[in-house]
Design a protein around this ligand. Sequence first.
Ligand code: SF4
Length: 381
Amino acid sequence: MRALGLYIHIPFCKRKCNYCDFYSLSCTQGAQISEYINSLSVQFKTQSHLFSDCVFDTVFLGGGTPSLLSPNDILRLFSAIRENFNIDDNAEISIEANPGTLNKEKLTTLRDAGVNRMSIGLQSYFDSELELLGRIHTLSDFERTFSLARSEGFDNINIDIMYALPNQKKADFLKTLDYVVEKSPEHISSYCLKIEKNTPFFKTVNPVSLPNEDTQYEMYIDMCDILSKSGYEQYEISNFSKMGKRCKHNMKYWLSQEYVSFGPGAHSYFNGERYSYSPNLHDYVSAIKDGKLPYAIIQESADIGENEKRDEYVMLKLRLCDGICEADFKNLFGISVAEAYPDIEKYIKSGHVLRYNGALRFSSKGFFVSNYILSDILFNN
Ligand code: SF4
């Protein structure tokens, strides 16, 4: 059977964070969330036949804030998932959670529904930074949520943190990092703050208050070093895990494997086609009611030329610490990496790209400027 990933987007948050450009709406009304779960259930039923020969070995509830769902909605959602899709007995089933939205009853319900991985957004150790980011929680809310999740048996937890926040010093970020390491989660994701258009930060943050590039670089390099010494393998630009605890669902995205997503704004890759749903909850729910799916094909495999396939392969593989196996590349594309991308040599010489055991991969300093290097080697050849 074909193995697929299943992603469900829950487009609701208690309140929007000041830096967030994900598609989610501020919502405190349980009724609106329940209506959305009803719509998803209808869509699952309508589409389940498309996946009858597939098994889902990862399920990811993302958002938004999926931990806002009430216990009853969690049960309804998982029963709709299991009624309509073939979920592998050993599937990795993850949920994104925000401190302050979970209690013992919800955690028990999630565990009994089969959720076995939790990703908790901490972002910072400092309440002042959390307030600046517009987060709904404090450090003590996080403490309570994390302990409760552990005591309810969750033994595969990711903690999300951020760096390069306005007015943040390197020592501040390292305090957040030390705190997280002390908690010993199985996985840590650490993202550099980007000021995106259409967010409150775009209007309110003075660029001068952001750590300069040298400080950001030091934060990143120190982080990679500290996490490596603390037993975390860096397996992607922003992701670190204990042995065997890579996020299997996210690996599907980075390895260009198939996944099917539901919810407004959600993207899928299935049968050689990349498609997405309109990022508008009202349109999405209305279209399901009318029996029409708000579906847009982004790219069909037939439309992708050989060079684009090669570029995409390099972009995805170099995100991962495993990098590109040079022999695999030559087998796939009939040309060596150095012939296809001659500019890569200068980055090997400068130590931004490492060549060992027949593979090419970014070093930590290479990861820090990976966007720049990728655009140089891919688009200047
Ligand atoms: S909780 Fe997450 S999805 Fe919701 S607004 Fe904040 S960053 Fe965005």
